[in-house]
Design a protein around this ligand. Structure first.
Ligand code: SF4
Length: 301
């Protein structure tokens, strides 16, 4: 592979195939419950961008069991990561988090816990607890960042400034917790250069992984409404591939790329429809990496 990909990282770290099981920990989000705003980030779906998570009405043991059966049709052997993806997974009292994450760490064959959250929702005391938990089981924090561009931050209603991200990363570094940063490529009105600036910005920090997520317009989100109203430009497959390859080139080689496209749900995805054929997207990226004779870190600073 011409980039540092998650599969190889997991194989090296755990010595086997790793399967992520998406769990719903019953959270909400300050950007949706009125603490910061009611609307949420404009791209966020009804399920808090955790569309493949388990059913929140069930306890996590049951969710795990159900999703594990589904995943075992695709992957026969391997170990598991308990993935808390939906909403903001540290937005709760510490006692609740302790109970939930300790429970997750005891699920059968689970070797890691991935926690997606906002950088303004991790306190020092939460980090301290996760630091202790990380001694027992691998813990990784996924931070929703999306973009460093001021106009886009406002447009997507992210509701925190870049400095909050910077401080959070430094704090998590102090607790030796691994960090994956989520970015979105193709936000309305962003140029290729804007997207590369975001990648350069996050690369300056001590982070372990990144997700390069293609912007998905999901039915009935605020982004969908904006699209219907303003019909902003959607990236074509060719444009996306060119941008992703340029991002890969500037990313330092040590940063693991956990995503280079996105998993849209065909029932709710409005655009870009071409992204539903994930195989074609990934093959096109790999082909272009070869054609441009390039690789991760070739142009990193
Ligand atoms: S922070 Fe996450 S859960 Fe909250 S509105 Fe934004 S995308 Fe949705």
């Amino acid at each position: 592979m011409r980039y540092n990909n998650a599969n190889s990282f997991f194989r090296e770290k755990f010595g086997t195939k790793i399967i992520k099981i998406s769990l719903d920990g019953g959270f909400t989000c300050p950007n949706r419950d009125g603490t910061l705003s009611y609307g949420g980030c404009i791209f966020c779906s009804e399920k808090g961008s955790g569309d493949f998570a388990g059913d929140r009405k069930l306890d996590i043991e049951k969710q795990f069991e159900i999703n594990k059966v589904k995943m075992s049709k695709k992957w026969k052997d391997g170990k598991y990561i308990a993935y808390f993806q939906a909403f903001t997974n540290t937005y709760a009292p510490l006692e609740y988090l302790k109970e939930l994450f300790i429970k997750a760490s005891n699920l059968p064959d689970v070797v890691g816990i991935f926690i997606a959250t906002r950088p303004d929702c991790i306190t020092e005391e939460i980090a301290k607890f996760l630091y202790e938990l990380n001694k027992k089981i691998y813990v990784c924090i996924e931070l929703g960042f999306q973009t460093s561009k001021a106009e886009s931050i406002k447009l997507i209603n992210r509701c925190y400034d870049n400095i909050v991200f910077e401080n959070c990363v430094k704090m998590l570094n102090n607790y030796n917790l691994d960090i994956i940063v989520h970015t979105i490529l193709g936000l309305p009105y962003e140029t290729k250069n804007d997207m590369l600036e975001t990648i350069k910005y996050v690369s300056k920090f001590n982070i372990n992984g990144i997700k390069l997520q293609l912007l998905h317009i999901i039915k009935d989100t605020n982004l969908h409404k904006l699209y219907l109203k303003n019909n902003f430009k959607i990236l074509t497959l060719e444009e996306y591939v060119d941008i992703v390859v340029s991002c890969i080139e500037i990313l330092p080689p040590n940063i693991v790329i956990h995503r280079i496209t996105g998993d849209g749900d065909k029932n709710t995805l409005v655009e870009p429809k071409w992204s539903l054929n994930k195989k074609v997207v990934i093959n096109s990226i790999n082909k272009q990496l070869i054609e441009r004779d390039t690789f991760q870190g070739k142009k990193s600073i």
